[in-house]
Design a protein around this ligand. Sequence first.
Ligand code: FAD
Length: 456
Amino acid sequence: MGKLSAEQLRDRVRGQVVTPDDEGYDQARTVHNAMIDKKPAVVVHCANAGDVMAAVDFARENGIDLAVRGGGHSVPGFGTCDGGVVADLSAMRGVRVDPVRRTARAEGGATWGDFNAATHAFGLATTGGIISTTGVGGLTLGGGIGYLARGLGLSCDNLVSADVVTADGRLLVASAQENEDLFWALRGGGGNFGAVTSFEFRLSPVKDVYGGPILFEIDSAATVLRGFRDLIADAPEQLGGFPAFQIAPPLPFIPQDRHGEPFILIVACWSGPVEEGEKALRAFHEFAPVVAEHVGPMPYPALNSAFDGLVPPGLQHYWKANFVTELSDAAIDAHTRHGPLVPAVNSTVHIYPINGACHRVGPDATAFAYRDASFATVIAGMWPDPADNEANTSWVRDYYAATAPHSEEGGYVNFMADDDQSRVKANYKGNYDRLVAAKRAYDPDNLFHLNQNILP
Ligand code: FAD
């Protein structure tokens, strides 16, 4: 190893430093996507911001790769590396709620499960992801799409400030008042600008929601997609959720003889008054006959963890993504040809509406540029057996090829694969040059390059 040894790093940090000779190394190098098999030289289980600073200094001074890991959900495996140092923030997951100011401060390794549990106690929430085990860190830095986005905006739109360890090892506060260019870049620019040790969010009153999955026959896919598109264009903003293609898992609310068949779903979430939920979801039921559903009132964290069981750690992942400004009939036609071929029960396609409050933020107000997109689509291939890699990646690629001509050039950075680096510029449209300027200011040597990378 270079100038600093792992022993010197151990002396400097509070958390555990794991090297290939240590017990627990294999666990420490593992990320959510089992296709990623990388062997870092050092994994630092950071206990505090000082440890993160030490890990950043260690990578910079030794001239080795640096991976920053929050929830570890990056499909391209950006949370680990070969031969470098991993700053693993997963032990830093405290969440402190200020119910009077309606804010919450989450440490850089918190998951949405950690966050929602803490804020729910006060009847408060902000936009987070669909799955509770996803990291607040990576999801927010890329934008953040979820059930509450139509009403509350993207996760990054609710960010008030962040504590950031930059490439030179300093800890900076980024907010509307301090280091504004860094704050701008963090909101959509991904992990390009530093390691965020804590995120401060604005909260809104959301406690219980009315929602869950509604399954329709796969033959109704075009009707359901057109119905959802037309309804959601000007539906009340408390109405969230998304259409999805999904194989029925063996759950008791689905007729047993239909388990294993593909369906078109609407996963609904009404975050207005719970007693109005049934009425709010009624229009969905008029799209087509409902085969099965599991909707009702529930705590918001329950909906946020309802599908965790379908995406355990250790699956193979390959994803592709696009934005559409308009979900055209031609795009729907491509979905109805490829969606029904979904090859595994863990795999899915989600078509997230990102209108409403997401559109009220200007395209250059944050780094997240696609404020005119009405939907963000993810084709999420997830399957257990590596023997099925070819079949599953082909499904994702063919599906993507069919929808791409009817989509925008860019896609949501958090849903994209590692073979999508050439699309990074398109993802940021008119914001790209300003992102490059921020990168030059805060990370001129591209220490933080394991991400959808903005070249300085
Ligand atoms: P990591 O792998 O830890 O990190 C991902 C990237 O973010 C890396 O480049 C990393 O360096 C950087 N990063 C993470 N934490 C920090 C930090 N504290 N400081 C600086 N950089 C950091 N996205 C949505 O918008 N909505 C969803 O509903 C959604 N659902 C998902 C469900 C699953 C099962 C999976 C696998 C992904 C989902 N995603 C969703 C995509 C998700 O937003 C990205 O995978 C995101 O990068 C995950 O963040 P993480 O912290 O868990 O991942």
